[in-house]
Design a binder for this molecule. Structure first.
Ligand code: NAG
Ligand code: NAG
Ligand code: NAG
Ligand code: NAG
Ligand code: NAG
Ligand code: NAG
Ligand code: NAG
Length: 438
């Protein structure tokens, strides 16, 4: 079979260039941008450099952080094994495998789950094919049980879990909510003004689930209005965390954090409150700095905080999510109309995703080395996601996009987020497996 490769195109997927009005409107809800509203919190809450909470600990400066030996008393142990659920070690690398046919009906539908956000509700939006729903991730060397919502909620009794990242994190949480709704309908107890951060409560289990929008994990000033129109480069503080999640960090038992595509944007980089460079600015007096520097620094700052011995939050670090735009990018007519998964070897990671994942792996290993306790896990979904070009909304991010229109009319495609139900549901199988066999 002929090797199919996704076009390796410009790594600058997200451009902050001024678009004409129409494109700007289209771009609002979009894709790589996720949500492009004014960054409400970080511009209001200024945190002093390095210190996150008023009474919080100083950020260590990895990688020179010395391995601090602390012995945990039993009550300090991770909360993962106080449920009586049998735990064991993973039998294999669950992230290496293939997508296999799954003829059982999907775990939820647009009927059974009422909380699917419109842009990911492909069924309701009229996507004509449904084959993409009938696959499940299967590791080569061991079996991966299907996520058991009852067991998960039992496990999470009296606990709190947060997903911290960009709109892909919200995509993941939605999948989890839909699956859990088979057992209990969560009550939404909080949302921010822009509906980017939300919190739900499962009353019968005293379980709190949050999603916190923090696409950089760092303190960032984002100058975009409600129409997604940028009036200036993002100001990114590479050595300061976004206080929205950092101040609340110790209230969580589990977190899933991730970085990603936002780091490709035009941004001015700060360290110690001083400009140290700029990505994509083309300004003479600013040193052009590549995004990988900022990405590495961001993960190092975040992981340095997380692995601080005074913290004991079980943490998943999710690797980057590849998109599947073909014959163009999100803003240049790219689309994703495949209807079946790739097989291993049929597709290669693009440069930008490879660079990001390599940084994630290196910083993860680096952080793990300095942490002398369990509770930091790599959630390495990059490659298994790469194999699913068929799982994106494409034009069906909108409601019946072609109704009353010529099929050739240009419709904005989303080849980054995932349809619900869809491939991202398997991420929960993987998460459960890691929780049980951590
Ligand atoms: C669910 O999707 C189907 C099309 O697959 C559509 O006919 C129906 O109206 C949708 N229902 C809801 C409640 O979204
Ligand atoms: C949950 O908390 C309640 C009240 O503190 C306690 O009675 C119960 O044993 C706890 N359950 C678990 C599984 O920790
Ligand atoms: C709910 O869980 C919290 C810990 O997250 C605990 O402090 C509280 O007592 C629990 N409440 C009940 C009613 O079990
Ligand atoms: C950070 O800046 C302050 C002055 O603003 C300076 O005193 C301090 O030495 C700087 N720290 C580092 C690590 O560069
Ligand atoms: C760069 O030059 C512009 C225009 O001269 C000026 O406004 C800005 O403050 C300069 N930035 C730095 C970091 O020197
Ligand atoms: C995808 O779209 C392209 C361009 O419109 C078309 O040539 C191709 O046949 C389509 N593929 C599928 C599987 O529909
Ligand atoms: C890893 C670990 O400590 N697992 C234990 C969790 O709790 C069950 C029941 O108490 C034990 O059997 C496991 O050994």
């Amino acid at each position: 079979m002929k090797k199919m490769k996704l076009a390796i195109t410009n790594t600058q997927i997200i451009l902050n260039q001024k678009q004409n009005q129409v494109l700007v409107k289209i771009a609002i809800c979009l894709i790589l941008i996720g949500f492009t509203y004014h960054f409400y919190f970080s511009s209001l809450i200024q945190i002093p450099p390095v210190i996150v909470a008023d009474d919080g600990p100083k950020l260590p400066s990895p990688p020179s952080l010395p391995p601090t030996v602390v012995s945990l008393t039993p009550s300090d142990q991770f909360p993962e094994n106080n449920t009586g659920i049998q735990q064991g070690s993973l039998e294999c690398d669950i992230f290496t495998g293939e997508w296999v046919r799954d003829r059982t009906s999907p775990r939820y539908t647009n009927y059974s789950c009422s909380t699917i956000e419109p842009h990911q509700n492909c069924m309701k939006n009229g996507r004509p094919d449904s084959d993409y729903i009938h696959w499940r991730w299967s590791p080569f060397d061991c079996s991966l049980p299907i996520f058991d919502p009852k067991m998960f909620l039992h496990y999470m009794r009296n606990k709190s879990m947060a997903f911290i990242g960009d709109s892909i994190s919200r995509n993941h949480v939605q999948s989890l909510l839909c699956i859990l709704s088979q057992v209990e309908e969560a009550i939404e107890v909080y949302h921010d003004e822009e509906y980017r951060s939300k919190r739900w409560f499962f009353g019968s289990y005293n379980f709190t689930l949050s999603v916190i929008w923090s696409p950089f994990l760092l303190k960032a000033n984002i100058f975009e209005d409600n129409d997604g129109h940028s009036s200036g480069a993002i100001e990114l503080h590479l050595d300061e965390l976004n206080s929205v999640w950092a101040n609340e960090f110790s209230n969580f038992n589990y977190i899933m954090i991730s970085g990603g595509k936002w780091f490709l944007k035009t941004a001015i980089y700060y360290e110690n409150n001083t400009i140290i460079g700029c990505h994509n600015c083309n300004k003479e007096n600013l040193t052009e700095t590549t995004f990988d520097y900022a990405y590495r620094k961001a993960l190092r700052t975040a992981l340095g905080f997380i692995t601080n011995p005074s913290h004991k939050v079980y943490t998943f670090l999710r690797t980057t999510t590849p998109d599947h735009f073909e014959n163009g990018e999100w803003n240049t007519g790219g689309y994703c109309n495949r209807t079946a998964p790739f097989k291993d070897g049929e597709v290669n990671l693009r440069d930008v995703d490879m660079i990001m994942r390599d940084i994630e792996l290196e910083e993860f290993e680096n952080a793990k080395e300095f942490m002398n306790r369990p509770g930091l896990r790599l959630f390495d979904t990059t490659r298994l996601s790469l194999l699913r070009p068929d799982g994106h909304p494409g034009p069906y991010r909108g409601f019946h996009p072609f109704d009353g229109k010529d099929r050739d009319v240009h419709v904005q495609n989303d080849c980054l987020h995932w349809c619900l139900p869809g491939p991202i549901d398997s991420w929960n199988d993987l998460m459960m497996s890691l929780l049980l066999h951590g």
